[in-house]
Design a protein around this ligand. Structure first.
Ligand SMILES: NC(=O)c1ccc[n+]([C@@H]2O[C@H](COP(=O)([O-])OP(=O)(O)OC[C@H]3O[C@@H](n4cnc5c(N)ncnc54)[C@H](O)[C@@H]3O)[C@@H](O)[C@H]2O)c1
Length: 303
């Protein structure tokens, strides 16, 4: 890897500006582009505000260069990461255009949440340098980056990308198959499916589900993963528990009718004031602040 690879970030929204911030703070020159002028113009201010709030080196923002011209943004880049809106044809078109302006060995990454990397990258001429990097929001507070290869991605591209993110202070992991939800969202939504089912079947209310998680195994999860936990208690005990519990756990292949009903009734969560529970503006603000405080403390504890 070159001493400090040049980075281009496509999309200056919630994820894009945060990803640019992480690389700039790690000493990389970063270009950032967006099709909406307001998003591009405010990107450096948002990055400065984040850096200030976190007590990080605010001068890092000087390494970020916004440009409205895609070709200008990616020309000379060693690494291009896309964080534009979650739209397959938009991402396909963007990468096709990017490929005309970069070297054949420039690594191309998509930060899609759920679209298969294979679908996004299939039309490229040089697919061995294309992969997924799934960051978590906010990018400067959540350490994980899932690095996803397709059947075409070269081991060198994966290795290089993992090293790039590790050197920038992230925790990259390798996802070896391009499956929906990668690893993090598969695990998260397996838990959420059962959480919804417990409420749907009247076993407890929504608040109880959240309390059980937060006051019990959620406390341990940050330091004890489920498979470490299985080894800790014994795989034999884990097997015995699975024999009793798994047959009773929700395993319907589609979304819960309860969740579908909430959406049909306009109970969309914070944005409408009610989802599984009712949320006043004040309750929403308190919960949002709590999450950020928790993530900041975890970051401080890590360093
Ligand atoms: N928000 C999250 O928690 C999260 C987490 C992981 C991954 N993602 C993924 O990251 C991507 C970006 O999500 P976000 O939350 O930052 O969205 P966002 O709406 O905040 O930002 C997307 C940005 O892309 C810009 N854009 C649209 N078309 C463009 C184009 N042709 N060229 C340049 N810029 C363009 C938009 O103007 C906008 O500023 C999505 O694929 C999303 O699924 C989001």
């Amino acid at each position: 890897m070159a001493a400090k690879p040049r980075i281009a970030v496509l999309g200056a929204g919630l994820m894009g500006h945060g990803i640019a911030q992480v690389f700039a703070l790690a000493g990389h020159d970063v270009t950032i582009t967006d099709s909406v002028a307001a998003a591009l113009v405010s990107a450096k201010d948002r990055i400065s505000a984040n850096l200030r709030d976190l007590g990080d080196d605010v001068s890092a923002v000087e390494r970020v260069r916004p440009t409205s011209d895609l070709a200008d943004a990616v020309r000379g880049a060693d690494y291009v990461v896309e964080a534009v809106s979650e739209d397959l044809s938009l991402k396909q078109k963007l990468f096709a255009e990017v490929e005309g302006h970069v070297r054949p060995d420039t690594i191309l990454a998509s930060n899609t949440s759920v679209i298969p990397i294979t679908s996004i990258m299939q039309g490229l001429r040089e697919r061995s340098r294309a992969l997924g990097t799934h960051w978590w929001n906010p990018p400067y507070l959540v350490p994980l980056v899932e690095v996803i290869g397709t059947e075409w991605t070269s081991p060198q591209a994966i290795e290089w990308t993992i090293a790039l993110h590790a050197a920038a202070g992230k925790k990259p992991v390798h996802v070896k198959k391009d499956v929906p939800g990668f690893v993090g969202n598969r695990l998260q939504h397996a838990l959420w499916r059962e959480a919804v089912a417990l409420v749907e079947h009247g076993i407890c209310d929504a608040e109880t589900v959240d309390t059980v998680i937060k006051a019990a195994f959620g406390r341990r999860l940050a330091v004890l993963g489920p498979l470490e936990n299985a080894d800790l208690v014994g795989t034999d005990l884990t097997l015995a528990i699975h024999k009793t519990v798994l047959p009773d756990i929700d395993r319907r292949p589609g979304p819960s009718p309860y969740l579908e009903r909430l959406v049909a009734e306009g109970k969309l969560g914070f944005k409408t004031g009610e989802g599984f529970r009712k949320w006043s503006a004040e309750q929403q603000a308190v919960l949002r602040a709590k999450v950020v405080q928790h993530l900041k403390k975890a970051r401080a504890d890590d360093s």
